[in-house]
Design a protein around this ligand. Structure first.
Ligand code: JB8
Length: 234
């Protein structure tokens, strides 16, 4: 299966980075197909206007619905299709989680709608919900200047889970938040040299005793999770 990824933004250049590294390899291997689009290509005035003042007053500007609607028509189509997943990164979205990434890694088409200014006219989201499967997603309790960086983060979290993307899928099994590890943070990692600047790799990891190593790692994960993410232990 090839996953098609579309990005709608007034800064499509943000997505040039997807040609690099593992994501670039996924494109070369035909696992994903990436298309970045400039929202301004669907404007018709000399200034290629995409924003206007907010109805009801307030600071800043709001993204006009017209360019989004025409871009949707051109990029996705005018017929409803729930198999198309449309993602609006937004600070007011539901928290994006590893399980959401897992679910999205199985879909064939994802369209990212990257807002700027104060956000997108809400009718755009309402319209999209009548046509496709919509996700309004937040990366966390902080605000970026637009949806592009969030779209890149979500992309990486999703694409790395596509079967065939990671050379060694076993490396996914023990990561923080991976299924089975769901409620535990990953234990500390070490590699050679065994001694470095007066600090040694924990002896148990050099013992070759797999049972003790597994026990040490679980205990470290539990301690780390209790300390940093008590919310995960509820
Ligand atoms: O923090 B975010 O994920 C985010 C997403 C979209 C917009 C649009 C304007 N500011 C934004 C912030």
């Amino acid at each position: 299966m090839t996953m098609r990824l579309d990005y709608l933004s007034i800064f499509p250049g943000y997505f040039d980075v997807l040609d690099i590294s593992l994501l670039g390899k996924a494109v070369d291997n035909g696992l994903v197909e990436v298309h970045a689009h400039d929202l301004r290509d669907w404007t018709h005035d000399r200034h290629r206007t995409v924003d206007d003042t907010p109805c009801g007053g307030g600071a800043g500007m709001v993204m006009k619905p017209d360019p989004w609607g025409e871009a949707f028509d051109g990029i996705i189509g005018i017929e409803p299709d729930p198999s198309v997943h449309v993602i609006f990164p937004t600070p007011s979205g539901i928290p994006f989680t590893q399980s959401a990434a897992q679910e999205l890694s199985t879909v064939e088409r994802v369209v990212f709608c990257c807002g700027r200014y104060e956000g997108i006219d809400h009718r755009v989201i309402d319209y999209a919900r009548t046509m496709w499967t919509v996700h309004e997603l937040s990366l966390g309790d902080y605000v970026l200047n637009g949806g592009e960086v969030a779209a890149l983060a979500i992309t990486e979290a999703v694409v790395r889970l596509i079967p065939g993307f990671m050379g060694n899928p076993e490396s996914l099994a023990e990561e923080s938040f991976s299924p089975g590890q769901e409620r535990l943070l990953e234990y500390p990692l070490f590699t050679r040299p065994v001694s470095w600047r007066g600090m040694d790799v924990p002896e148990v990891l050099m013992s070759g005793h797999h049972g003790r190593i597994a026990e040490w790692r679980r205990e470290e994960s539990l301690l780390l999770t209790r300390d940093r993410r008590p919310d995960l232990t509820d």
